[in-house]
Design a protein around this ligand. Structure first.
Ligand code: NI
Length: 181
């Protein structure tokens, strides 16, 4: 297991469209996921996509099993591996919420996302995943899957007055875990 370098905004590797994973349950894939988990935990992240460590594959992880300090009223998301994902909105309803990204460190912005989504894909063993979720869970999945399209959250923002440094916007969270995706 290795803690990998997280690429930061401006790196062209973050703008690529990721390739689907062809072979599941391989040593290479399990090794990638070990590195991703270790890297996410070391960065106190809420999620991580393979392109953020320079691997151009449709692999994301999210969920810490703990309540997010950003969304203290939301239930924790179970640790999930999602490969070759497909997302669809359940309705046209959107909501605004704060996002941060490990590839855009120190900043937060208000991002519109679909309020409820259905997402499908497989885990690292090829087991099907099919969930319909809302709230923070839906937001994190949309954020992570955007990484697979080469999209970072500022590209989804519509109001840049709601964009700033985390420690200025949320002084009460000073010293808290980063909780970015
Ligand atoms: Ni991110």
């Amino acid at each position: 297991m290795t803690i990998r370098e997280i690429l930061r905004m401006g790196d062209p590797r973050l703008r690529r469209v990721a390739e689907p994973v062809q072979a599941l349950d391989t040593l290479e894939l399990h090794g990638l996921l070990l590195d991703m988990r270790e890297t996410m935990i070391a960065a106190n992240g809420a999620g991580l996509a393979a392109p953020q460590i320079g691997v151009n594959l449709q692999v994301v992880i999210f969920g810490t099993g703990q309540v997010s300090p950003r969304y203290p009223d939301e239930p924790p998301i179970e640790p999930t591996v999602l490969i070759n994902p497909l997302i669809e909105p359940v309705s046209a309803e959107e909501n605004l919420g704060w996002e941060g990204c490990l590839s855009v460190p120190g900043l937060r912005g208000q991002v519109p996302r679909w309020s409820r989504i259905r997402y499908r894909g497989v885990d690292e063993w090829g087991q099907a995943i099919d969930r319909t979720v809302g709230g923070f869970h839906a937001r994190v999945v949309q954020h992570e899957c955007d990484h697979l399209l080469g999209i970072l959250y500022p590209q989804r923002m519509r109001d840049f007055s709601q964009f700033g440094y985390t420690d200025i916007l949320f002084p009460e969270l000073a010293g808290a875990k980063s909780d970015d995706d």
